[in-house]
Write a protein that binds this ligand. Sequence first.
Ligand code: PLP
Length: 465
Amino acid sequence: MKLFKKPIFVSISPNAQADDVWLALKLIFCPWRWKEGKCVGKFEKMLEDYLDDNVKIPPSPPLQKGGGGDLDFKKGKGVVLFESGRTALYAILQALGVSRGDEVLVQAFTCTAAVNPILWVGAKPVYVDVIDGEYNMSPDDLRKKITPRCRAIIMQYTFGFPAQIDKILGIAKQNNLFVIEDCAHSLGAEYNNQKLGTFGDAAIFSFGRSKVISAVFGGAAFSKNPELARKIREIQQKWQYPSCRWILQQLFHPIYLAIAKPLYNFLNIGKIMIILGKKLGLISVMVYSVEKSGGKPPFGPAKMPNALACLGINQAKKLEKFNEHRREVVGVYKQKLISLLERGDVKIPPNPPLQKGGGKSDNLQKEGGSIFLNFPIQVKNFGIRWKLIGEAKKRGIFLESWPAKDKKVVGPDNVNLEKLYYQESSCPNAERAAQTSINLPTSPNTSVRDAERVIGFLKEYFINK
Ligand SMILES: Cc1ncc(COP(=O)(O)O)c(C=O)c1O
């Protein structure tokens, strides 16, 4: 491995650019802006305007006496910000009245962060399989898994691919179930010219470090139903801001990673820095170990602090550019992977159907509204995946498997599936995908040349193996 060759990452701080690092540095020196400030209301309004683009949101009801309202509420009617997407989901489930004895349908091939909030309200997750060769919920399996105790469906858009929305909404209606869209991977993606997040009763978004845009940590709940939005707001208002120490830890993250990433390959200095940084608490981990068996993370539930909203706004301004870039990189993968597809070495997800009504960009239209947070390929078995990721690493290409390296259908690694109520073999397609899929990078920091390097490696691996 060449010492100075630029490392290519899928998810290590993939969106942070010089202006984001600079902003984080400035915010570190303004502690009075960490918790309260104007950015939260501004970010809420920005997201709401973006989602409201083609959906008319009914006007909010008058603010109620004694609670539920402050200035932010008037500014951002349907969007409510939290310190993470998992907390946004927790608030939505509470606002919908989901509680002990209820069940919530959620797809396998997901993250604990999408499942734990179900446990936190005392309900039980029921896992639905994904469509074979794809990454989103199978409507056929959904029908089979519904029980009289089910109250809601979490409709996930894995890697920014729209799910079979019409079918899932139809099933929800027939069975009187709430639909919560999990848009943690899909800010900006569309279905029939309508933004994902605007189809169900409510939606969550994540601004975690490896999401579409990043505030290191952060999440939003959205509902176009004013009554539900008001309830979510009331719940959020009862929660505090995270501690100053936690906020500082998040602000330090892009700065620390900006130093560690270029040194990742250089005598492993960067890698050691990241491991040490996490161990010493200089930077945060994405999922805390208590969460791997259903517990709550130490920082929440909490509101989004102002400093993280400032980071979120800076990234949100670049959202369209980021997503267009992701589609361009995927165009390179699709074009250059053809020989490996023909040989049967790898599989890629099928092209989603063309959108109705014409998308806003040609590429968005062509790609069926997807935004490709990552680009997943599937290889023939777990052994090949394991070897391939190892060989790539030697060349400074850090490919990843999501949701977990260890084949589990709920990630990250070492999750206790029993505690999360997953029954082995209950979702065979998801289990296969969890063993054989590999994510190729698409992030704003992945250049077209990087994508070509990834393809070059894959061809070398499969053709010379
Ligand atoms: C599918 C999915 N849903 C929800 C979440 C929760 O997001 P957050 O990390 O902001 O809590 C994540 C992220 O980890 C996710 O991958």
